[in-house]
Design a protein. Structure first.
Length: 463
Protein backbone atom coordinates (compact mmCIF):
# COMPACT_ATOMS: atom_id res chain seq x y z
CA UNK A 1 0.00 0.00 0.00
CA UNK A 2 1.17 3.54 -0.75
CA UNK A 3 -0.53 5.10 2.27
CA UNK A 4 1.51 4.80 5.47
CA UNK A 5 -0.82 4.68 8.47
CA UNK A 6 -0.16 5.24 12.14
CA UNK A 7 0.92 1.81 13.48
CA UNK A 8 -1.28 2.17 16.56
CA UNK A 9 -4.86 2.72 17.67
CA UNK A 10 -5.95 5.67 19.83
CA UNK A 11 -7.83 4.64 22.96
CA UNK A 12 -7.53 7.75 25.12
CA UNK A 13 -8.08 11.30 23.90
CA UNK A 14 -7.37 14.76 25.31
CA UNK A 15 -9.51 17.73 24.24
CA UNK A 16 -7.96 20.75 22.55
CA UNK A 17 -9.32 24.16 23.56
CA UNK A 18 -10.08 26.11 20.40
CA UNK A 19 -9.12 29.81 20.40
CA UNK A 20 -9.65 32.76 18.07
CA UNK A 21 -6.99 34.95 16.51
CA UNK A 22 -8.13 37.81 18.72
CA UNK A 23 -7.61 35.73 21.84
CA UNK A 24 -4.22 34.55 20.63
CA UNK A 25 -3.07 38.10 19.91
CA UNK A 26 -3.78 39.08 23.53
CA UNK A 27 -2.24 35.93 24.97
CA UNK A 28 0.94 36.42 22.98
CA UNK A 29 1.26 40.04 24.05
CA UNK A 30 0.82 39.00 27.69
CA UNK A 31 3.58 36.39 27.22
CA UNK A 32 6.02 38.99 25.90
CA UNK A 33 5.78 37.45 22.43
CA UNK A 34 7.68 34.40 23.67
CA UNK A 35 5.80 31.12 23.01
CA UNK A 36 7.71 29.46 25.88
CA UNK A 37 5.72 31.71 28.23
CA UNK A 38 2.30 30.69 26.89
CA UNK A 39 0.13 28.30 28.86
CA UNK A 40 -0.18 24.99 27.03
CA UNK A 41 -3.98 25.13 27.41
CA UNK A 42 -3.89 28.12 25.07
CA UNK A 43 -2.05 26.19 22.33
CA UNK A 44 -3.92 24.24 19.63
CA UNK A 45 -1.01 22.26 18.18
CA UNK A 46 2.18 22.23 20.23
CA UNK A 47 5.34 21.86 18.13
CA UNK A 48 7.58 23.64 20.63
CA UNK A 49 9.54 20.45 21.29
CA UNK A 50 9.49 16.70 20.84
CA UNK A 51 11.12 16.33 24.27
CA UNK A 52 8.95 14.64 26.87
CA UNK A 53 5.81 15.12 24.79
CA UNK A 54 5.41 11.59 23.43
CA UNK A 55 2.22 9.59 23.89
CA UNK A 56 3.12 6.45 25.83
CA UNK A 57 2.01 2.99 24.80
CA UNK A 58 -0.16 0.48 26.62
CA UNK A 59 2.99 -1.49 27.46
CA UNK A 60 4.62 1.59 28.94
CA UNK A 61 1.58 2.32 31.08
CA UNK A 62 1.59 -1.30 32.21
CA UNK A 63 5.24 -0.85 33.18
CA UNK A 64 4.32 2.24 35.18
CA UNK A 65 1.86 0.15 37.21
CA UNK A 66 4.69 -2.28 37.93
CA UNK A 67 7.15 0.44 38.98
CA UNK A 68 8.90 -0.27 42.27
CA UNK A 69 9.77 2.81 44.31
CA UNK A 70 12.44 1.30 46.56
CA UNK A 71 15.15 3.86 47.28
CA UNK A 72 17.99 1.45 46.47
CA UNK A 73 18.15 -1.68 44.34
CA UNK A 74 14.70 -1.40 42.77
CA UNK A 75 13.88 -4.12 40.21
CA UNK A 76 12.66 -1.27 37.98
CA UNK A 77 16.24 0.00 37.77
CA UNK A 78 17.56 -3.40 36.75
CA UNK A 79 15.00 -3.70 33.96
CA UNK A 80 16.01 -0.21 32.81
CA UNK A 81 19.72 -1.08 33.05
CA UNK A 82 19.19 -4.30 31.08
CA UNK A 83 17.47 -2.40 28.24
CA UNK A 84 20.35 0.07 28.01
CA UNK A 85 22.91 -2.75 28.08
CA UNK A 86 21.10 -4.67 25.33
CA UNK A 87 20.63 -1.70 23.00
CA UNK A 88 23.71 0.49 23.58
CA UNK A 89 26.25 -2.01 24.87
CA UNK A 90 27.91 0.17 27.52
CA UNK A 91 29.00 -1.39 30.81
CA UNK A 92 28.02 1.36 33.24
CA UNK A 93 24.54 2.92 33.20
CA UNK A 94 23.79 6.00 35.32
CA UNK A 95 20.15 7.17 35.35
CA UNK A 96 19.37 10.90 35.49
CA UNK A 97 16.15 12.90 35.58
CA UNK A 98 16.78 14.14 32.02
CA UNK A 99 19.51 14.57 29.43
CA UNK A 100 20.90 17.88 30.65
CA UNK A 101 21.66 16.31 34.03
CA UNK A 102 23.74 13.65 32.26
CA UNK A 103 25.54 16.42 30.36
CA UNK A 104 26.26 18.34 33.56
CA UNK A 105 27.73 15.28 35.26
CA UNK A 106 29.84 14.34 32.23
CA UNK A 107 31.30 17.80 31.65
CA UNK A 108 31.79 18.44 35.37
CA UNK A 109 34.02 15.38 35.60
CA UNK A 110 35.93 15.83 32.32
CA UNK A 111 36.25 19.58 31.71
CA UNK A 112 38.16 22.45 33.29
CA UNK A 113 38.45 26.16 32.47
CA UNK A 114 40.25 26.74 29.17
CA UNK A 115 39.26 23.38 27.65
CA UNK A 116 37.60 23.05 24.24
CA UNK A 117 34.73 20.62 23.58
CA UNK A 118 34.02 20.05 19.86
CA UNK A 119 30.69 18.78 18.58
CA UNK A 120 29.07 18.59 15.16
CA UNK A 121 26.79 21.28 16.62
CA UNK A 122 25.99 21.76 20.31
CA UNK A 123 22.35 22.24 21.20
CA UNK A 124 21.36 24.80 23.83
CA UNK A 125 21.68 22.91 27.12
CA UNK A 126 24.79 21.02 25.96
CA UNK A 127 26.46 24.31 25.09
CA UNK A 128 25.44 25.85 28.42
CA UNK A 129 26.72 22.89 30.44
CA UNK A 130 30.10 23.04 28.70
CA UNK A 131 30.31 26.78 29.38
CA UNK A 132 29.35 26.27 33.03
CA UNK A 133 32.66 24.43 33.57
CA UNK A 134 34.67 27.28 32.05
CA UNK A 135 35.30 25.30 28.87
CA UNK A 136 34.46 26.48 25.34
CA UNK A 137 31.97 24.63 23.12
CA UNK A 138 33.14 24.51 19.50
CA UNK A 139 30.83 23.64 16.59
CA UNK A 140 32.40 21.72 13.71
CA UNK A 141 29.55 21.12 11.25
CA UNK A 142 30.43 19.58 7.90
CA UNK A 143 30.36 22.11 5.03
CA UNK A 144 27.51 20.26 3.29
CA UNK A 145 25.28 20.97 6.30
CA UNK A 146 25.47 24.75 6.16
CA UNK A 147 23.13 25.58 3.27
CA UNK A 148 19.50 24.87 4.16
CA UNK A 149 18.34 24.78 0.53
CA UNK A 150 20.85 22.23 -0.79
CA UNK A 151 19.85 18.61 -0.05
CA UNK A 152 22.38 16.11 1.27
CA UNK A 153 21.60 12.76 2.90
CA UNK A 154 23.79 13.43 5.96
CA UNK A 155 23.90 17.13 6.67
CA UNK A 156 24.47 16.46 10.37
CA UNK A 157 28.04 15.17 9.85
CA UNK A 158 31.03 16.57 11.72
CA UNK A 159 33.83 18.27 9.77
CA UNK A 160 36.58 15.71 10.43
CA UNK A 161 39.29 17.82 8.76
CA UNK A 162 38.67 20.60 11.26
CA UNK A 163 38.57 18.05 14.09
CA UNK A 164 42.03 16.78 13.12
CA UNK A 165 43.30 20.35 12.87
CA UNK A 166 41.96 21.12 16.34
CA UNK A 167 43.49 18.02 17.92
CA UNK A 168 46.83 18.58 16.22
CA UNK A 169 46.88 22.15 17.51
CA UNK A 170 45.51 21.69 21.01
CA UNK A 171 45.96 17.99 21.77
CA UNK A 172 44.17 15.97 24.45
CA UNK A 173 45.48 18.39 27.08
CA UNK A 174 42.86 20.95 26.05
CA UNK A 175 40.30 18.70 24.34
CA UNK A 176 38.98 16.39 27.08
CA UNK A 177 36.15 14.90 25.00
CA UNK A 178 34.72 14.97 21.47
CA UNK A 179 30.94 14.79 21.06
CA UNK A 180 28.63 14.12 18.12
CA UNK A 181 24.89 14.80 18.41
CA UNK A 182 22.57 12.38 16.59
CA UNK A 183 20.54 13.67 14.94
CA UNK A 184 22.03 17.17 14.65
CA UNK A 185 19.23 19.19 16.22
CA UNK A 186 20.75 22.66 15.84
CA UNK A 187 21.69 21.86 12.25
CA UNK A 188 18.11 21.20 11.21
CA UNK A 189 17.47 17.77 12.71
CA UNK A 190 19.83 16.25 10.16
CA UNK A 191 21.34 12.76 10.51
CA UNK A 192 24.97 11.76 10.87
CA UNK A 193 26.30 9.01 8.61
CA UNK A 194 27.82 5.82 9.95
CA UNK A 195 30.89 6.57 7.85
CA UNK A 196 31.31 9.92 9.59
CA UNK A 197 30.90 8.35 13.03
CA UNK A 198 33.51 5.73 12.15
CA UNK A 199 35.94 8.44 11.06
CA UNK A 200 35.37 10.56 14.17
CA UNK A 201 35.92 7.45 16.30
CA UNK A 202 39.18 6.62 14.48
CA UNK A 203 40.48 10.18 14.90
CA UNK A 204 39.67 10.18 18.61
CA UNK A 205 41.46 6.86 19.11
CA UNK A 206 44.51 8.13 17.22
CA UNK A 207 44.73 11.19 19.47
CA UNK A 208 43.72 9.43 22.70
CA UNK A 209 40.62 11.56 23.28
CA UNK A 210 37.33 10.09 24.56
CA UNK A 211 34.44 10.09 22.08
CA UNK A 212 30.87 10.50 23.35
CA UNK A 213 27.57 10.57 21.51
CA UNK A 214 24.57 12.71 22.41
CA UNK A 215 22.10 9.91 21.74
CA UNK A 216 18.69 11.52 22.22
CA UNK A 217 17.44 10.75 18.67
CA UNK A 218 19.57 7.66 18.06
CA UNK A 219 16.81 5.53 16.52
CA UNK A 220 15.78 8.21 14.05
CA UNK A 221 19.43 8.60 13.04
CA UNK A 222 19.75 4.83 12.59
CA UNK A 223 16.66 4.84 10.37
CA UNK A 224 18.27 7.43 8.09
CA UNK A 225 21.44 5.34 7.92
CA UNK A 226 19.40 2.30 6.89
CA UNK A 227 17.47 4.28 4.26
CA UNK A 228 20.24 6.44 2.83
CA UNK A 229 23.70 4.98 3.40
CA UNK A 230 25.22 2.53 0.95
CA UNK A 231 25.52 -0.99 2.30
CA UNK A 232 23.18 -0.47 5.26
CA UNK A 233 19.77 -1.20 3.75
CA UNK A 234 19.68 -4.90 4.69
CA UNK A 235 20.68 -4.41 8.30
CA UNK A 236 18.20 -4.17 11.16
CA UNK A 237 17.84 -1.00 13.21
CA UNK A 238 19.20 -2.68 16.39
CA UNK A 239 22.27 -3.85 14.44
CA UNK A 240 22.98 -0.34 13.20
CA UNK A 241 22.41 1.12 16.66
CA UNK A 242 24.79 -1.35 18.27
CA UNK A 243 27.55 -0.48 15.79
CA UNK A 244 27.01 3.27 16.29
CA UNK A 245 27.63 3.00 20.02
CA UNK A 246 30.45 0.48 19.70
CA UNK A 247 32.39 3.35 18.12
CA UNK A 248 32.07 5.53 21.24
CA UNK A 249 33.38 5.55 24.80
CA UNK A 250 30.02 6.61 26.17
CA UNK A 251 26.86 8.57 25.58
CA UNK A 252 24.43 10.99 27.14
CA UNK A 253 20.76 10.41 26.52
CA UNK A 254 17.53 12.30 26.99
CA UNK A 255 14.94 9.54 27.15
CA UNK A 256 12.33 12.25 26.57
CA UNK A 257 13.05 11.93 22.84
CA UNK A 258 13.79 8.45 21.47
CA UNK A 259 13.08 6.87 24.84
CA UNK A 260 9.40 7.66 24.16
CA UNK A 261 9.07 8.72 27.81
CA UNK A 262 7.86 11.89 29.48
CA UNK A 263 10.89 12.28 31.74
CA UNK A 264 14.31 10.72 32.26
CA UNK A 265 17.72 10.15 30.76
CA UNK A 266 21.03 8.50 31.42
CA UNK A 267 24.78 8.61 31.11
CA UNK A 268 26.40 5.40 29.88
CA UNK A 269 30.10 4.56 29.53
CA UNK A 270 32.76 1.87 29.79
CA UNK A 271 35.37 3.59 32.00
CA UNK A 272 34.92 2.16 35.51
CA UNK A 273 37.01 4.80 37.29
CA UNK A 274 35.17 7.66 35.60
CA UNK A 275 31.80 6.01 36.26
CA UNK A 276 32.62 5.85 39.97
CA UNK A 277 33.34 9.60 40.07
CA UNK A 278 30.18 10.33 38.13
CA UNK A 279 28.03 8.21 40.44
CA UNK A 280 29.39 10.15 43.40
CA UNK A 281 28.33 13.39 41.73
CA UNK A 282 24.98 11.80 40.88
CA UNK A 283 24.35 11.03 44.56
CA UNK A 284 25.12 14.65 45.46
CA UNK A 285 22.68 16.25 43.02
CA UNK A 286 20.32 13.65 41.51
CA UNK A 287 19.91 10.66 43.79
CA UNK A 288 21.12 7.13 44.54
CA UNK A 289 22.67 5.37 41.51
CA UNK A 290 19.73 2.98 41.12
CA UNK A 291 17.19 5.76 40.66
CA UNK A 292 19.14 8.91 39.76
CA UNK A 293 16.31 11.37 40.33
CA UNK A 294 13.65 9.21 38.68
CA UNK A 295 10.69 7.31 40.06
CA UNK A 296 10.77 3.56 39.49
CA UNK A 297 7.71 3.85 37.26
CA UNK A 298 9.61 6.22 34.94
CA UNK A 299 12.52 3.78 34.71
CA UNK A 300 9.99 1.15 33.63
CA UNK A 301 8.52 3.44 30.95
CA UNK A 302 11.98 4.17 29.54
CA UNK A 303 12.94 0.48 29.50
CA UNK A 304 9.89 -0.29 27.34
CA UNK A 305 10.19 2.83 25.18
CA UNK A 306 13.82 2.17 24.23
CA UNK A 307 12.74 -1.09 22.64
CA UNK A 308 9.56 0.27 21.03
CA UNK A 309 11.43 3.09 19.31
CA UNK A 310 13.48 0.52 17.36
CA UNK A 311 10.40 -0.94 15.64
CA UNK A 312 10.61 -0.24 11.92
CA UNK A 313 6.85 0.20 11.45
CA UNK A 314 6.97 3.00 13.99
CA UNK A 315 10.07 4.63 12.44
CA UNK A 316 8.57 4.47 8.94
CA UNK A 317 5.39 6.19 10.13
CA UNK A 318 7.35 8.74 12.15
CA UNK A 319 9.52 9.84 9.24
CA UNK A 320 6.65 9.75 6.74
CA UNK A 321 4.68 12.18 8.90
CA UNK A 322 7.56 14.65 9.22
CA UNK A 323 8.41 14.30 5.53
CA UNK A 324 4.79 14.95 4.54
CA UNK A 325 4.72 18.20 6.49
CA UNK A 326 8.05 19.35 5.07
CA UNK A 327 7.27 18.50 1.47
CA UNK A 328 3.80 20.06 1.63
CA UNK A 329 4.95 23.46 2.85
CA UNK A 330 8.02 23.37 0.60
CA UNK A 331 5.84 22.76 -2.46
CA UNK A 332 3.73 25.70 -1.27
CA UNK A 333 6.75 28.00 -1.46
CA UNK A 334 8.02 27.93 2.14
CA UNK A 335 11.82 27.44 2.24
CA UNK A 336 12.91 24.70 4.64
CA UNK A 337 16.02 22.81 5.62
CA UNK A 338 16.29 20.16 2.91
CA UNK A 339 15.67 17.31 3.21
CA UNK A 340 13.20 17.30 6.14
CA UNK A 341 14.69 15.86 9.32
CA UNK A 342 13.50 12.97 11.42
CA UNK A 343 11.83 14.75 14.33
CA UNK A 344 11.07 18.19 12.94
CA UNK A 345 10.71 20.46 9.94
CA UNK A 346 12.91 23.56 10.04
CA UNK A 347 11.64 26.66 8.22
CA UNK A 348 14.42 28.86 6.82
CA UNK A 349 13.17 32.13 8.32
CA UNK A 350 15.90 34.20 6.66
CA UNK A 351 14.82 33.01 3.22
CA UNK A 352 11.10 33.27 4.03
CA UNK A 353 11.46 36.86 5.32
CA UNK A 354 14.42 38.32 3.38
CA UNK A 355 13.23 41.84 4.22
CA UNK A 356 13.76 41.26 7.97
CA UNK A 357 17.45 41.61 8.99
CA UNK A 358 18.91 38.88 11.25
CA UNK A 359 19.23 41.26 14.21
CA UNK A 360 15.51 42.00 13.89
CA UNK A 361 14.92 38.31 14.58
CA UNK A 362 13.01 36.91 11.59
CA UNK A 363 12.66 33.55 13.33
CA UNK A 364 10.85 35.18 16.24
CA UNK A 365 8.49 36.80 13.76
CA UNK A 366 7.66 33.42 12.25
CA UNK A 367 6.97 31.72 15.59
CA UNK A 368 4.70 34.56 16.71
CA UNK A 369 2.84 34.74 13.41
CA UNK A 370 2.23 30.97 13.32
CA UNK A 371 0.73 31.09 16.79
CA UNK A 372 -1.46 34.00 15.74
CA UNK A 373 -2.46 32.30 12.48
CA UNK A 374 -3.32 28.85 13.74
CA UNK A 375 -2.54 28.47 17.44
CA UNK A 376 0.63 26.56 16.52
CA UNK A 377 3.49 26.85 19.01
CA UNK A 378 7.01 26.31 17.67
CA UNK A 379 10.50 27.57 18.48
CA UNK A 380 13.13 29.86 16.99
CA UNK A 381 16.52 28.21 16.34
CA UNK A 382 18.47 31.24 15.21
CA UNK A 383 19.81 34.45 16.67
CA UNK A 384 17.59 34.38 19.77
CA UNK A 385 18.79 30.89 20.69
CA UNK A 386 22.32 30.86 19.30
CA UNK A 387 23.36 34.43 18.61
CA UNK A 388 26.08 35.90 20.83
CA UNK A 389 26.08 39.12 22.83
CA UNK A 390 29.20 41.02 23.86
CA UNK A 391 28.93 41.44 27.66
CA UNK A 392 30.75 44.79 27.58
CA UNK A 393 29.21 46.52 24.57
CA UNK A 394 25.92 44.63 24.29
CA UNK A 395 26.60 44.17 20.57
CA UNK A 396 24.80 41.20 19.05
CA UNK A 397 26.28 38.76 16.53
CA UNK A 398 23.62 36.81 14.61
CA UNK A 399 23.56 33.04 14.36
CA UNK A 400 24.81 31.34 11.21
CA UNK A 401 21.27 30.23 10.27
CA UNK A 402 17.84 31.65 11.07
CA UNK A 403 15.63 28.59 11.48
CA UNK A 404 12.24 27.88 13.04
CA UNK A 405 11.72 24.33 14.30
CA UNK A 406 8.38 22.55 14.01
CA UNK A 407 9.02 19.54 16.27
CA UNK A 408 6.36 16.83 16.06
CA UNK A 409 5.64 14.98 19.31
CA UNK A 410 5.79 11.22 18.89
CA UNK A 411 2.49 9.33 18.48
CA UNK A 412 0.41 12.43 19.35
CA UNK A 413 -1.01 14.11 16.24
CA UNK A 414 -2.98 12.58 13.38
CA UNK A 415 -2.86 13.25 9.64
CA UNK A 416 -5.61 15.86 9.87
CA UNK A 417 -3.58 17.74 12.46
CA UNK A 418 -0.65 17.80 10.04
CA UNK A 419 -2.91 19.01 7.23
CA UNK A 420 -4.07 21.83 9.52
CA UNK A 421 -0.41 22.75 10.17
CA UNK A 422 0.22 22.93 6.42
CA UNK A 423 -2.83 25.15 5.87
CA UNK A 424 -1.85 27.57 8.65
CA UNK A 425 1.78 27.83 7.56
CA UNK A 426 0.89 28.47 3.93
CA UNK A 427 -1.73 31.03 4.96
CA UNK A 428 0.93 32.99 6.86
CA UNK A 429 3.38 32.61 3.97
CA UNK A 430 0.85 34.27 1.64
CA UNK A 431 0.99 37.45 3.73
CA UNK A 432 4.62 37.34 4.79
CA UNK A 433 5.55 40.59 3.04
CA UNK A 434 3.30 42.49 5.46
CA UNK A 435 5.26 41.51 8.59
CA UNK A 436 8.39 42.96 10.17
CA UNK A 437 10.79 42.03 12.93
CA UNK A 438 11.09 41.98 16.71
CA UNK A 439 13.48 43.27 19.30
CA UNK A 440 14.40 41.73 22.63
CA UNK A 441 13.47 43.82 25.67
CA UNK A 442 14.42 41.38 28.46
CA UNK A 443 16.98 38.59 28.45
CA UNK A 444 19.06 36.43 30.78
CA UNK A 445 22.79 35.82 30.20
CA UNK A 446 22.35 32.04 29.79
CA UNK A 447 19.70 30.16 27.78
CA UNK A 448 17.90 33.44 27.20
CA UNK A 449 15.38 32.05 24.72
CA UNK A 450 13.46 30.29 27.50
CA UNK A 451 12.49 33.46 29.36
CA UNK A 452 13.24 36.47 27.11
CA UNK A 453 10.52 38.99 26.30
CA UNK A 454 10.10 40.79 22.99
CA UNK A 455 8.17 43.54 21.28
CA UNK A 456 7.26 43.78 17.60
CA UNK A 457 8.78 46.43 15.31
CA UNK A 458 5.59 46.46 13.20
CA UNK A 459 1.85 46.48 13.74
CA UNK A 460 1.56 42.88 14.88
CA UNK A 461 -1.73 41.16 14.18
CA UNK A 462 -3.05 43.56 11.53
CA UNK A 463 -1.87 41.68 8.42
Amino acid sequence: MKTIIEPFRIRTVEPIRMTTQGERRGLLEKAGYNPFLLRSDDVLLDLLTDSGTSAMSAEQWAGIQRGDESYAGSPSFYRFEKAVHEIFGFEHVIPTHQGRAAERILFSTLCKPGDIVPNNTHFDTTRANVQATGATPLDLPAPHGLDPAVPHPFKGDMDTDRLVELLETEGPERVPVVMVTITNNTGGGQPVSLANLREVSRICRDFGVPFYIDACRFAENAWFIKQREEGQGERTIPEIVREIFSLADGCTMSAKKDGLANIGGFLALNDESLARREKNLLILTEGFPTYGGLAGRDLEAIAVGLHEVLEEDYLEYRHASVRYLGEAISEGGVPIMQPPGGHAVYIDAAALLPHVPPLELPGQTVVCELYLEGGIRCVEVGTVMFGSRDPDTGEETPASMELVRLALPRRVYTQSHVDYMVEAILSFADRRESVGGFRMVEQEPVLRHFTARFEPLYEFGTG
